[in-house]
Design a protein around this ligand. Structure first.
Ligand SMILES: Cc1ncc(COP(=O)(O)O)c(C=O)c1O
Length: 408
C-alpha cells in the first residue's frame, strides 16, 4: 500500500468537498490541477489585506512584498537553487518567448538551436521562430512507434555551432520521463546550454533542479496546485550572460531580467502556499526536520510512489485493447500518470461519453501537435487524455476503469 495518506491529502484541496463536484472524478490534471488550501488561503489574504503596491514602508505594502519574497525564497530552496535564480512570469509559454528573444539577441546567424518533436509547442515554436533570424534549427526526433527520445540521436546533432538544446522533462502526451541529467551532460560536453520544459513533470513532485543540472527549467504553478503563474529557474551563469529583457535599471537583479511585464503580485505571494503544502505533507508524514530541498525530495518520492501504484493498472487495462493505441510506455515507473490514447474515433466525443460517467477528461491535441503527428496519430480524431496526480484516489481510478470499459 502507498505510504501517502490520501485522506489527509484530499483534505487539503477544497475542490474535493465542493458539493457541485461530488461524484466527478477529475482526470484532466495535466491541463491544470486543483488548487491546494494553503494557496487559496494566501490568495484570499492577499486580496483582502494586502492588495496594495508592494515594497513600500507602510504595513500592508511591506507584508505584501515580504510574502512575494517568501514565495521565491522558499520555492527556490525546494528546487535546490539560489533565491534569485527563480523568477515568476505570466505563463511558461510567455516565459519561453522572452527567453527566445534573449537568445535571438545573444546568438549569431549560422549558430544553431536543437529542439525536439516531443515537446509541447511552448518549448518548440518560440525557438523554431528564430529560424527567421538566420539561426539554424535542428530537430531531435522521437521514435515514431514508442515516442521516446534517444540521447544517442542527440549526440549526432551536436557540434560547435549548437548553443542551446531544448527538450521536455516529460511530454504532455507521451509521458515518458527523459533522463535530464544524462542529456544535460551530453549537451554541456558539446558546449551547449540546456532548456528543460518541466511543466508535465513538476506536478508529480518538484525536482531538485540544482542536482538535475539544466541551465533553464520551466514549469507552470497552475498545474502544481498553485496559482496561474509560470515559474522559471535560470541559473546564474546563463542568466547574467543573456541580455537583459527587463527595464534597463532592473538588469542588475537576476530574477527581474527575464520578466519584462509587471508581475502578478497576488499570485506570486500565493505561490508560497505551494511550499506550505510541501511542508504540510512532510509534517503529516513525519519528515518535518530536514532542509527544504530534502523536504521537496521526500514529497516528490511520496507522490511518485502513490501515482505509480495507481497508474500501472490503468496502463494494463488499456495497453492490449483492440482499437486503442496507448501513446508511450506501458511501464508506470518510467512515465508520468498522463495517459493519451489514440482511438479509431473522435477523442473529444469519447471524452463527452466519459463525462456522463462522472469522469472529467478531454480529447484533442493538447498543443502537442508535433509529437502526435510524428507518431502518426490522426489529428482530426485527436487523443483521449486521462491524467491524474497524487491526490487521485483508488475509488476514482475504479470509476475511470469502469467508465473506460463502457465507452471504449
Ligand atoms: C508540457 C507543457 N509545456 C508547456 C505548457 C504551457 O504552459 P503555459 O500554459 O504555462 O504556457 C503546457 C501547458 O499545457 C504543457 O503541458
Amino acid at each position: 500500500m502507498s505510504a501517502l495518506d490520501i485522506n489527509f491529502v484530499r483534505s487539503q484541496f477544497p475542490a474535493f468537498s465542493e458539493p457541485v463536484l461530488q461524484g466527478q472524478a477529475f482526470f484532466e490534471n495535466a491541463g491544470g490541477s486543483y488548487t491546494c488550501k494553503p494557496v487559496l488561503d494566501r490568495l484570499t489574504r492577499y486580496y483582502t489585506q494586502r492588495k496594495v503596491q508592494p515594497y513600500a514602508p507602510y504595513d500592508a505594502s511591506r507584508l505584501a512584498g515580504e510574502e512575494m519574497d517568501e514565495a521565491r525564497t522558499r520555492m527556490a530552496a525546494i528546487l535546490g537553487v539560489e533565491t534569485d535564480e527563480l523568477s515568476f512570469g505570466p505563463s511558461t509559454t510567455q516565459n519561453t518567448y522572452v527567453l527566445a528573444q534573449a537568445f535571438r539577441q545573444w546568438m549569431q546567424p549560422g549558430e544553431a538551436i536543437i529542439v525536439t518533436n516531443q515537446d509541447h509547442e511552448a518549448n518548440s515554436g518560440p525557438w523554431r521562430r528564430l529560424a527567421d533570424e538566420g539561426i539554424e534549427i535542428r530537430e531531435w526526433q522521437i521514435d515514431p512507434e514508442t515516442g521516446s527520445l534517444n540521447p544517442m540521436d542527440l549526440e549526432k546533432l551536436l557540434d560547435e555551432k549548437v548553443r542551446l538544446v531544448c527538450f521536455p522533462h516529460c511530454s504532455n502526451v507521451i509521458g515518458e520521463i527523459n533522463p535530464v541529467t544524462e542529456i544535460t551532460a551530453i549537451a554541456h560536453a558539446a558546449g551547449a546550454f540546456v532548456c528543460v520544459d518541466g511543466v508535465s513533470y513538476a506536478p508529480h513532485g518538484f525536482p531538485n533542479v540544482g542536482d538535475l543540472g539544466p541551465d533553464i527549467y520551466l514549469f507552470s504553478a497552475y498545474k502544481t496546485y498553485g496559482p496561474h503563474q509560470g515559474c522559471m529557474v535560470i541559473r546564474r551563469t546563463i542568466g547574467e550572460m543573456l541580455p537583459n529583457q527587463a527595464h534597463f535599471f532592473n538588469g542588475d537583479v537576476l530574477y527581474k531580467r527575464f520578466t519584462p511585464a509587471g508581475p502578478d503580485h497576488a499570485q506570486i505571494a500565493a505561490s508560497a502556499g505551494m511550499a506550505d503544502y510541501v511542508d504540510l505533507l512532510c509534517g503529516h508524514h513525519g519528515e518535518a526536520a530536514k532542509d527544504a530541498a530534502q523536504r521537496g525530495g521526500f514529497v516528490h518520492d511520496l507522490m511518485r510512489g502513490h501515482e505509480i501504484e495507481l497508474l500501472q493498472p490503468v496502463l494494463d487495462a488499456v495497453k492490449d485493447r483492440n482499437a486503442v493505441r496507448l501513446i508511450g510506455t506501458s511501464d508506470a515507473s518510467r512515465r508520468a500518470p498522463t495517459v493519451a490514447l489514440a482511438l479509431n474515433r473522435n477523442a473529444e466525443a469519447v471524452a463527452a461519453e466519459l463525462a456522463k460517467h462522472g469522469v472529467m477528461a478531454g480529447g484533442g491535441d493538447f498543443y502537442a501537435v508535433r509529437p502526435l503527428q510524428a507518431m502518426g496519430v490522426d489529428l482530426d480524431q485527436g487523443v483521449l487524455r486521462v491524467s491524474f496526480t497524487h491526490y487521485t484516489s483508488q475509488q476514482e481510478i475504479d470509476q475511470l476503469l469502469n467508465a473506460l470499459d463502457d465507452v471504449l
